[in-house]
Design a protein around this ligand. Structure first.
Ligand code: C5P
Length: 230
């Protein structure tokens, strides 16, 4: 599932960042490609902002695996809407036990097929898992412009997507966070709050989230390289 209902205001662009183009294709088209390609993925749900008119114009909107639904004000509301759609689509299929969802950011265009396969191979259980990279820089906690102290970076990871969880467990976890007023920025945090220990699956730096205008050139670099390697 791709939650794509955010505004992406840090990008300062006139359209949501997933529709910005690199090498004549929108970022979201690249983000979707590994999921369309994987034979073990039955369907892809894209969660759109109400009134989104850009997605339907893309060629990928007609892919046979694709389904859409409308998102909410926060990412977790959008993911919940997507999971509801997944549950409708898989109804009767083991009552949604044993059905997994992979949640992936719309503006993370450089995910490799190999990393997607590894996540599936390693995280197909109740705990689920996520791609992540170990923190390489020294970390400082600051107050305004000054260092308060240095944070021990051992065992610190930067969470990426996809994040893979059983649909029924993730839904319960997200709903529980909503009821308890717990704010989360990824799906793993909801699972953690529910007592699970998602598996950290080492990914790669190239699977970064396009956030600022200068990130587009970096995405172009990685996408050209991946094309050469294919
Ligand atoms: O803003 P940020 O980059 O953290 O968003 C991560 C992902 O969550 C993006 O794909 C964005 O479109 C999605 N999102 C959403 N609904 C929201 C906010 C964010 O689907 N209300």
């Amino acid at each position: 599932m791709i939650p794509a209902a955010g505004g992406g205001t840090r990008m300062r662009a006139e359209r949501p960042k997933q529709y910005l183009q690199v090498r004549s294709r929108a970022l979201i088209e690249y983000s979707l490609a590994p999921f369309f390609h994987a034979g073990w993925i039955d369907g892809v749900v894209v969660v759109l902002a109400p009134g989104d008119e850009d997605f339907i114009r893309l060629p990928v909107a007609r892919h046979w695996k694709l389904h859409t639904t409308s998102g909410g004000v926060t990412r977790s509301e959008s993911v919940l809407a997507g999971l509801k759609r997944v549950a409708e689509l898989t109804q009767g299929f083991m009552g949604d036990r044993g059905v997994y969802a992979l949640v992936h950011d719309a503006a993370r265009p450089c995910l490799t097929r190999q990393d997607l396969e590894r996540l599936k191979d390693e995280a197909s259980d109740e705990q689920g898992g996520l791609l992540a990279v170990p923190v390489a820089d020294t970390l400082k906690r600051g107050n305004d412009d000054h260092v308060i102290h240095t944070v021990d970076r051992r065992n610190l990871w930067r969470a990426q997507t996809p994040q893979m969880f059983r649909v029924d467990l993730l839904r319960l976890a997200l709903e529980s966070c909503r009821q308890r007023g717990i704010e989360i920025t990824d799906e793993a945090a909801a699972m953690e709050a529910a007592g699970y220990k998602p598996l950290l699956v080492p990914g790669r730096e190239s699977n970064f989230k396009v956030t600022y205008p200068e990130d587009l050139a970096l995405a172009e670099f990685w996408l050209s390289r991946q094309e050469l390697e294919r």
